[in-house]
Design a protein around this ligand. Structure first.
Ligand SMILES: *Cc1c(COP(=O)(O)O)cnc(C)c1O
Length: 386
């Protein structure tokens, strides 16, 4: 069994993918070919925002968003420690300081109440919340990167309200949530800039690296587009800012155009698979908690993650599944504030107890649109056996 079965999808749309690739080989515009514009138009319409800017990865999408806000040394950006490294890495890469905020134990996303406490503590240089040690009195609170972990949107009504109150920007890290819903709106439209990733294993993945920024703000859109092409101005050899080589390849756009044709159908299939897991796993004496989705939201189930009783229980379940040839994964075994790369921030164990507890207990089960019901039944059986 595959953790994410990309071959099953490819089998269904192989002809379309090959035709789209052939078209690129025929016209030869490998950089910024017409497939890029087509993809940007289709995805921004789907998300419900004015502008989509294709770029080289989800990481670069986040980087471009921060660069558009001119984030740099001395700036503080609030984010979750329970996420993939890229979310916080881009903050540090620009010389700014990530300020971690603990998560809600039910959604695994930023806890808005903690967020406000962190913002207040930083503004007043007080000890009301664990803060990075380095020169914290001189940091300027600039913005928030909220993460839609496992495909479930964070609580943007609360997060955006806090941002307005303190004059902060909000970037949505929707690398895992493209296709999800929050109170009738699509993920990637829930903050001033939404960023997603087309890494192969994401809900909408290409066959390499890729990403996109979404926004309704024309100035930010213009800045991000320019930044993704070496700070290009009105023509190719006019450079108005320092940027990056951050374009999406035409071939990847062509592949994504083929995959997007079946995406809505796949979102429905993911939802069905998740509900089936919920049904199979809940109400049994297995000691695990199934994922919770607050009312008004729909996850796109980039991961189906359960909470076990603890480290030993998790190892036991993983072992049983592995023996039966069923792969599982742990996202994320170590929260970012305890990663060596962020050691200079001076955080310590105990600073974010919810993230630390979840990292010990979380595990993700095989999840993709073509998961078979009988395989899920088998998985649920093995989990509940112990
Ligand atoms: C995958 C991921 C990224 C980075 O995307 P890449 O396309 O791999 O660069 C950023 N944030 C989160 C939450 C992710 O899951």
């Amino acid at each position: 069994m595959q953790f994410i079965d990309l071959a099953a999808q490819q089998k269904l749309i192989r002809d379309k993918i090959e035709a789209n690739i052939q078209a690129v080989l025929a016209h030869g515009r490998y950089i910024m070919g017409p497939e890029i514009k087509e993809l940007e138009k289709r995805l921004s319409e789907f998300v419900g925002v004015e502008h989509g800017i294709a770029c080289s990865s989800g990481t670069d999408a986040l980087l471009l968003a921060l660069m558009a806000y001119e984030v740099g040394p001395g700036d503080a950006v609030f984010t979750s420690p329970f996420t993939f490294i890229a979310t916080a890495e881009v903050i540090s890469l620009l010389g700014a300081t990530p300020v971690f905020v603990d998560i809600d134990p039910h959604t695994f996303n930023l806890d808005p109440e903690h967020l406000e406490r962190a913002v207040t503590a930083l503004s007043k240089s007080s000890s009301g919340y664990p803060l990075p040690c380095a020169e914290m009195s001189r940091l300027t609170p600039r913005g928030i990167i909220a993460v839609d972990l496992f495909g479930l949107p964070a609580d943007y009504d609360a997060i955006n309200a806090i941002a307005r109150k303190y004059g902060l920007f909000v970037i949505e890290d929707g690398a895992q949530s493209f296709g999800a819903l929050y109170r009738g709106k699509r993920a990637c439209s829930l903050a001033s800039i939404g960023c997603t990733s087309f890494f192969p294993a994401k809900p909408l993945g290409c066959y390499g690296d890729g990403g996109m920024c979404f926004t309704d703000d024309t100035d930010l859109a213009e800045a991000m587009r320019s930044l993704s092409i070496h700070g290009q101005g009105s023509h190719k050899y006019e450079n108005v800012r320092i940027g990056i080589n951050g374009r999406l390849d035409t071939l990847q756009a062509a592949i994504l155009n083929a995959k997007f044709d079946v995406f809505s159908k796949e979102v429905d299939l993911r939802q069905e698979a998740a509900l089936r897991y919920n049904k199979l796993l809940s109400g049994r004496q297995n000691g695990i908690s199934t994922p919770q989705v607050p009312s008004g939201m729909q996850s796109v189930w980039a991961q189906y993650s359960i909470l076990t009783k603890g480290g030993n229980h998790r190892t036991e379940i993983q072992g049983r599944l592995k023996d039966a040839g069923i792969p599982t994964a742990i996202y994320y075994p170590r929260p970012l504030h305890l990663q060596p790369a962020f050691q200079d921030l001076g955080y310590k164990e105990g600073d974010f107890p919810v993230s630390e507890d979840c990292s010990q207990r979380i595990m993700s089960l095989p999840m993709h649109p073509y998961l078979r019901a009988e395989d899920q039944e088998h998985i649920a059986q093995l989990i509940s056996e112990g």
